[in-house]
Ligand binder design. Structure first.
Ligand code: ZN
Length: 203
């Protein structure tokens, strides 16, 4: 069994600070998956472990689809490990869209892959984009679960913030559970520091 926390820490991808997340919430920790996936060998190792879990479930996947930008590396490696096709969605004027000539056939079995699933908002938007074209979303996957959604094989229930549909399996290698705060309730803000977007200060 892979130790995901150790892999993130070893890669310098488990950051401590005062972060503004894409959801608008604040957190003391941030997982910078790009730092883990900058090593293709590590990316391959993680994707193979995830593919094994999915294959054991018996769910067949034609295509892996990731929301840009965060999910692309993880999704591409997972598609390779599954022997599946890979496509990605991207936002056009805030709407998650399939571009670049990517097509989806009616009934095509699609897995939506992210690097990390927090509430699953972007993953769900990507799912809607491929479903609108007739694709069938049969699973979700991420390298790690931030602890809001219920992953396969875990006895921890989903929290109300989780946006993934409960009737579609979600595969992840491990859970990371650290607190996120509404800005008005953030203890780091109360101590006087300012939240910043990960990546904006060289991380
Ligand atoms: Zn804060």
């Amino acid at each position: 069994m892979l130790n995901i926390e150790e892999i993130y820490k070893d890669a310098g991808a488990y950051l401590e600070g005062h972060f503004l997340l894409s959801s608008g919430k604040h957190s003391q920790y941030y997982l910078q998956s790009a730092k883990v996936l900058e090593n293709p060998k590590t990316a391959e190792l993680l994707a193979k472990a995830l593919a094994e879990m999915i294959q054991k479930s018996g769910i067949e996947i034609d295509t892996v689809c990731s929301p840009a930008l965060g999910g692309i590396l993880a999704g591409y490696e997972l598609a390779r490990a599954l022997g599946a096709r890979f496509i990605f969605t991207e936002r056009v004027e805030k709407v998650m869209t399939l571009r670049r000539g990517f097509e989806v056939q009616p009934g095509e079995k699609i897995l939506i892959c992210e690097d990390i699933i927090t509430t699953g908002g972007s993953a769900l938007e990507a799912a809607k984009a491929v479903e609108a074209l007739g694709g069938e979303v049969v699973a979700y996957a991420a390298l790690a679960n931030r602890g809001f959604c219920k992953r396969e094989g875990s006895d921890k229930e989903a929290k109300p913030e989780c946006k993934l549909p409960g009737n579609v399996p979600f595969f992840a290698l491990d859970d990371f559970e650290f607190e996120i705060y509404e800005p008005q309730n953030c203890p780091l803000c109360r101590e006087g520091s300012e939240a910043y977007k990960p990546g904006s200060r060289g991380n």
